[in-house]
Design a protein around this ligand. Structure first.
Ligand code: GDP
Length: 199
C-alpha cells in the first residue's frame, strides 16, 4: 500500500473544509520540528509529500492524504504545536481546530504522537496527550530522530516515556522508535498504521 498511489487530497484550515469520512484515518501529531514531515515522507517512501517547513508554527491546517487506489485509508498531517514564537491567537486557533477534529471524527482510528527522542515528553506534548485522552482517541507514541542519540539513551527515553503514559486511558503501551534519516522503525510504523486503519 505504501508503494502504491498516495495523493494529497486537501487542506482543512477550519472544520468546514474537512473531507467526507469515506475511509478510516490515522493522524500524525507533534511539536514543530519534531521530524513529522520527514517521517511522513519516509513512511510513504516519497520526498516532498509532506513539505518540510522552515517556518515552524506557520501551517495551521489539517492535511489529508489518500492512500491506495481504490482508496483504502487516509493519512492526516496535523499542524505542529509548541512553537515558542507563535502568536497567542494562532495557538488558540490551533487548539480549537485540533480539539474539534479529534472530538468529532469517527473515522479517526488512531493518532501517532511524535516525540523527539533527545527530549522525551515535554509539557506541550502532555497537553496534546490530554486532548487525545479527553477526546478518547486512541494514540501511540513514536520517538523520532533516534539516530541522534546512543542506543543506551534510546533505551532510557523509551522506558521513561512508557512509564509516563502507563496510566493514560487512550495510550497504546508500545512505543516505536524511528529515524527517518536511517530508515529505522519505518517497517514497524507502517505496520502500526495498517493495524490502526484495519480495525
Ligand atoms: P517537522 O517540522 O516536524 O515537519 O520536522 P521536519 O521533518 O521538517 O524536520 C525538522 C528537522 O529535523 C530537519 O532539519 C530534518 O532534517 C531533521 N530531521 C528529521 N528527521 C530526522 C531524523 O530521523 N534524524 C535526523 N538526524 N534528523 C532528522
Amino acid at each position: 500500500l505504501f508503494s502504491g498511489p498516495i495523493t494529497f487530497l486537501k487542506s482543512a484550515p477550519t472544520l468546514d473544509f474537512l473531507p467526507d469520512m469515506a475511509v478510516n484515518e490515522v493522524a500524525f501529531a507533534g511539536r514543530s520540528n519534531v521530524g513529522k514531515s520527514s517521517l511522513l515522507n519516509a513512511l510513504t517512501n516519497r520526498n516532498g509529500l509532506a513539505r518540510t517547513s522552515n517556518t515552524p508554527g506557520r501551517t495551521q491546517e489539517l492535511n489529508f492524504f489518500d492512500v491506495g487506489d481504490p482508496l483504502r485509508f487516509r493519512l492526516v498531517d496535523m499542524p505542529g504545536y509548541g512553537y515558542a514564537k507563535a502568536p497567542k491567537d494562532l495557538v488558540k486557533k490551533w487548539r480549537f481546530l485540533v480539539n474539534d477534529y479529534l472530538r468529532g471524527r469517527a473515522a479517526l482510528k488512531r493518532a501517532l504522537v511524535l516525540i523527539d527522542s533527545r527530549h522525551g515528553i515535554k509539557d506541550v506534548d502532555t497537553d496534546m496527550l490530554d486532548m487525545l485522552d479527553g477526546a478518547a482517541v486512541s494514540y501511540r507514541i513514536v520517538l523520532t530522530k533516534a539516530d541522534k542519540i546512543k542506543a543506551s539513551e534510546l533505551a532510557a527515553v523509551t522506558q521513561r516515556t512508557a512509564d509516563a503514559i502507563r496510566k493514560r486511558p487512550a495510550a497504546h503501551p508500545e512505543i516505536i522508535a524511528t529515524s527517518s534519516e536511517k530508515g529505522m522503525g519505518i517497517p514497524e510504523l507502517r505496520a502500526a498504521v495498517l493495524e490502526a486503519v484495519s480495525q
